[in-house]
Design a protein around this ligand. Sequence first.
Ligand code: ZN
Length: 323
Amino acid sequence: MNIKLALLSFFFAAPSCNTVPADSSAGMSSASSNAVRSSETASGEAGAGEAGTGDSASPVLEPDFQETTKVIRSDFWIAKDARQGAVINARAPSNAARVALNGMRLPISKDGFFLIGFDRDSGSAATLVATLTDGSKVQKTLPVAAGKWRLERINAPYRGGRSSATFRKLRGPEIAQIVAARKIATDAQGWRQDFIWPVKGRISGRFGSQRIYQGKPGSYHSGLDIAAPTGTPYVAPADGVVILATQKPFTLEGNLLMIDHGNGLNSAFLHSSSIAVKKGDTVKQGQVIGKIGATGRATGPHLHWGMKWHKARTDPLLLLPPQ
Ligand SMILES: [Zn+2]
């Protein structure tokens, strides 16, 4: 038995969507350089050791003895560059007691991971601050790249805001249900996964696109539209818990299904012809959750997929691989 194998340093597993752990990309500060050096030393010693011949001065260890060398993360690790509309996996420095983005406190998982998100119209920089258990702070400023939204200038006056008395009567309670659903926080872990397409199809509308009527901006499109025939099943893009499944179509959204993916991230699927799950259900990534339709205000059958991270409206397309 090669006992020295047991001394191999322990490297944490990054989530599947992330390939570079903080520590190997570190080295920006002297503190992180030290951390990297010390972990290299530890693994180097283990790797350099000859197969256990028993003739060295190493202490005799129990066969099941396992020593793990904890890698110290002295800086944040961020899966990708920040940009408007993006939701990004991040990991806090070791011993972080808490983390805040622009002053908003964020929950951290036991292994230090958390999410950060940037609204479609977020500012051009953001600040992450971790407060460590010893009271010291690690701060990181992130440049936030501008989103490339499709803007369409229309030479016609803006016509909006008119609604019937019937619409207004229905709309209040509908909005109340949506707001109440978004307040439900679950411990779903879908936020840690690589998202998949709920359905493949032609993209018939992009998040963030906006018409500007003679200089007056209309409201921007708040989701990703995927066109597919009525009745086409669609699946959960990530694990989650159903926080709203309407019993009858809403005026605008039609049959509306909302799923919480945990850590402040949720999805809304609009216009379904039917919904296959009910409020409170736990859903798994890839599970059929509804069928495409054109209920509510829709010009043809499609899935409108909106996402929110806390109050930030974000772009589902930025979470997805190419179709
Ligand atoms: Zn849409």
